[in-house]
Design a protein around this ligand. Structure first.
Ligand SMILES: Cc1cc2nc3c(=O)[nH]c(=O)nc-3n(C[C@H](O)[C@H](O)[C@H](O)COP(=O)(O)O)c2cc1C
Ligand code: SF4
Length: 470
């Protein structure tokens, strides 16, 4: 479809301040600054729903899938799987109904981008749902929203009712013979229900237990029918891609082709909403072009490390992703390939900034408490292992650790990884092993000093230790 992408600068940061404009992109955030951005009237005033109308009246479903494949879009929920390819796995010959489910569970610590879209641009999500459901042949779809998102739930509910009233959902969408129903399903506050198979179990009214894969939801999803699960940000990107063309989206970001017959060397296209939190002056959500150096996000967009302190570490993609030292973060750009090079992950885009005063043992203790609490308890290595990890690190932080503890932690991690139904166990072990490898001295110092050396010093000098920023 015609039209050049608006590659101009945008106002950034949900915090409302103004970072250097040239560092930001406008694919998802172009209209969010308007106070009425969540309303149907405003959405329609800048061409909203016209792309879905065109797709349904002028394109075959396979053409829509082809456009998304050409865009190079990869899922923004965590794993980064190519979206067009995922849609292509939905078996069109199957006599069973097909479903589209939008994952709005957003529970990974440090992640708050989907919340922004749900609150500020619900109609972009709905337009994305219409196009995506049409592409995969679904006539029923659901948005599974995090239980704690009461405000966002209310906004989305209003938007869905408006879309039904306008004929954008329901029988004969846009006057065509295509029918689409959309259900808004509210979760009950379990982190594990963000994992797609657990989400589908919960959607079916069962306990939110993850299931072994294969079979994948594409063939055996909700009610054992072909189901595509996509993240909110992924779905909200679809209208832009169809409006401007997949090839225009593919020009944003970084792409380096491989040698003859080989896969591309770098394939990180488009923009991502980065949620920047922790010890920075200007935390918020920033839409950045893939390939942007991490240090630019920290320094230029998020206003640098607070209180004039030095950068100590960066968690790049939500609390489950392996941590980077300041030196590593300084060498890294936001691409899937750089993440792999530095043995970490892009994850959910939750970039947490850690300053020089943060105790890394305390930080790990806080994260492990979360994962131990959120284990669904189905697999013994995860149910027991996450709690053991938490208890040991807690003991080390409290000054009752022993040198042997680190060997036990490593053995525990080895016994947990790859032995569970879902990746939650790995979400606890991956940060643990990276903290121990990169900040081992701090862990050893806790044993030697019988507690946090910073706290011991603070007690002596009467100053408070640094607070945990996550
Ligand atoms: C423990 C766990 C929690 C997850 N939580 C979320 C979540 O809150 N939101 C989300 O979109 N994906 C989450 N995912 C990833 C989903 O399983 C799934 O891959 C994603 O929704 C697919 O969408 P995408 O292809 O658009 O990225 C989680 C995965 C795991 C293992
Ligand atoms: S790994 Fe943990 S969260 Fe995942 S299914 Fe097993 S017990 Fe549940």
């Amino acid at each position: 479809m015609p039209g050049a992408p608006p590659r101009t600068a945008q106002r950034g940061g949900s915090g409302g301040r103004h970072p250097p404009e040239e560092a930001l992109m406008k694919v998802l955030t172009e209209y969010l600054a308007h106070p009425e951005s969540h309303t149907l009237a405003y959405y329609e005033s800048h061409g909203g729903y016209e792309t879905a109308r065109k797709a349904l009246t002028q394109l075959a479903p396979a053409d829509v899938v082809a456009e998304v494949k050409a865009s190079g879009l990869r899922g923004r929920g965590g794993a980064g799987f190519p979206t067009g390819m995922k849609w292509g796995f939905i078996p069109q010959g199957s006599p069973k109904p097909k479903y589209l489910v939008v994952n709005a569970d957003e529970s990974e610590p440090g992640t708050f981008k989907d919340r922004l879209l749900l609150e500020k641009d619900p109609h972009a999500i709905l337009e994305g749902v219409i196009i995506s459901a049409y592409a995969i042949g679904a006539h029923w779809s659901a948005i599974y929203i995090r239980g704690e998102f009461a405000r966002q739930h209310a906004i989305l509910e209003t938007a869905i009712n408006e879309a039904y009233a306008r004929g954008y959902l329901g029988k004969g969408v846009f006057g065509t013979d295509y029918d689409l129903d959309l259900v808004l399903h509210r979760g009950a506050g379990a982190y594990i229900c963000g994992e797609e198979t657990a989400l589908l179990s919960s959607l079916e009214g069962k306990r939110g237990y993850p299931k072994l894969k294969p079979p994948f939801p594409a063939t055996h999803g909700a009610w054992e029918s072909p189901t595509c699960v996509n993240n909110v940000e992924t779905i909200a990107t679809i209208p832009w891609i169809l409006r401007h063309g997949g090839s225009e989206y593919a020009k944003i970001g970084v792409f380096v082709p491989g040698e003859e017959g080989k896969p591309p060397k770098v394939d990180s296209r488009g923009t991502r909403l980065m949620c920047v939190s922790g010890h920075v002056n200007n935390p918020g959500v920033f839409e950045v072009e893939l390939g942007t150096p991490i240090i630019d996000v920290v320094e230029k967009l998020a206003g640098g490390v607070w209180k004039g302190r030095k950068l100590k570490a960066v968690i790049p993609g939500g609390s489950s992703t392996p941590i980077l030292t300041a030196e590593e973060a300084g060498q890294m750009c936001l691409t899937y390939e750089d993440c792999a090079k530095f043995k970490t992950m892009f994850g959910s885009g939750g970039l947490m900034v850690i300053d020089e005063q943060q105790c890394m043992v305390r930080l790990l203790e806080v994260l492990l408490h979360f994962y131990a609490h959120e284990s669904c308890g189905q697999c013994s290595p995860c149910r027991e292992g996450t709690d053991w990890l938490y208890q040991i690190v807690r003991r080390v932080e409290a000054g009752r650790g022993e040198a042997e503890d680190f060997k036990t932690i490593e053995e525990l991690c080895n016994n947990m990884e790859g032995r569970t139904v879902c990746p939650l166990a790995a979400a606890a072990t991956m940060p643990t092993t990276s903290y121990l490898a990169k900040f081992r001295d701090e862990f050893l110092a806790h044993v030697a000093h019988k507690g946090c050396p910073q706290r011991v010093a603070a007690t002596v000098h009467g100053a408070a230790p640094a607070a945990v920023g996550v």
